[in-house]
Design a protein around this ligand. Structure first.
Ligand SMILES: Cc1cc2nc3c(=O)[nH]c(=O)nc-3n(C[C@H](O)[C@H](O)[C@H](O)COP(=O)(O)OP(=O)(O)OC[C@H]3O[C@@H](n4cnc5c(N)ncnc54)[C@H](O)[C@@H]3O)c2cc1C
Length: 202
């Protein structure tokens, strides 16, 4: 059956992938994306392939999904958790809130080389970098180090806001842990699966 005239058929529909705006360039029609060049299924994954081949002057279309980072009034500190796909978003949150809330960050990355030594932080911000390459295990499922480290962490006292993003099992696992074992109110947690291990985005 043909698609209705107002819809684009599956074969002609453009591939869509979601990325965070890492940095705006005020006064210019420009912003930066930081895209993981993962090769789980070879370099042909549409987002990875696009990032590898992108040239100045290429055309893209984009839709703004909005902003999900929303600590409530009364929040005394915040917990940010993610893997490399959430690194741009977490660094953007930190850049926008340098003098704001005390912050604990658990950020898992593929290797030591992915640690961002140039991140300017205040004394209020502690970043726990978790490179998978440092793990004693030969294969580490992405997200598992950040999940384990967050679960084991001694967290500060007081009402806090959690923002978690990355591999789906990481974010669902951390939410389950915070709600079930630390008694955190669901409304104080923003979480989003950014990708699913072994499964391509639609
Ligand atoms: C709101 C939001 C913001 C995001 N921001 C960013 C961002 O700033 N930078 C960024 O790099 N990603 C970001 N992501 C994640 C990104 O959209 C996904 O990783 C996406 O699936 C990549 O598309 P792809 O075509 O490269 O791979 P797909 O075609 O989706 O997947 C192909 C294979 O690669 C695996 N795969 C997908 N993503 C990853 C990954 N990150 N690491 C390892 N293996 C993977 C899949 O499991 C699958 O086996 C964001 C996602 C959301 C929802």
């Amino acid at each position: 059956m043909d698609a209705p005239a107002t819809l684009t058929s599956g074969r002609r529909r453009p591939r869509v992938r979601t990325y965070s705006i890492a940095r705006y360039h005020p006064g210019q029609p420009a912003f930066d994306l930081e895209i993981c060049l993962h090769e789980q299924d070879g370099p042909a994954a549409p987002g990875t392939a696009w990032a590898l081949a992108a040239q100045p002057g290429d055309q893209v279309a984009f839709l703004d999904e909005g902003y999900r980072y929303q600590p409530a009034a009364g929040t005394e500190w915040q917990l940010l958790i993610g893997d490399e796909s959430a690194l741009p978003a977490i660094l953007a949150i930190l850049a926008d809130s340098t003098d704001a809330l005390p912050t604990e960050v658990f950020l898992e990355v593929p290797t030591d080389e992915d640690i961002r030594h140039d991140v300017s932080t205040s004394a209020q911000i502690t970043i726990h970098w978790l490179p998978r390459s440092n793990s004693a295990e030969t294969t580490v499922k992405p997200g598992s180090l950040a999940l384990q480290a967050s679960k084991n962490a001694r967290l500060p006292q007081g009402p806090f806001y959690t923002w978690a993003a990355g591999e789906a099992a990481l974010v669902t696992g951390i939410r389950r842990h915070l709600v079930g074992e630390r008694g955190v109110d669901r409304s104080a947690i923003s979480f989003r699966g950014y990708w699913r291990h072994g499964r391509a985005a639609l």
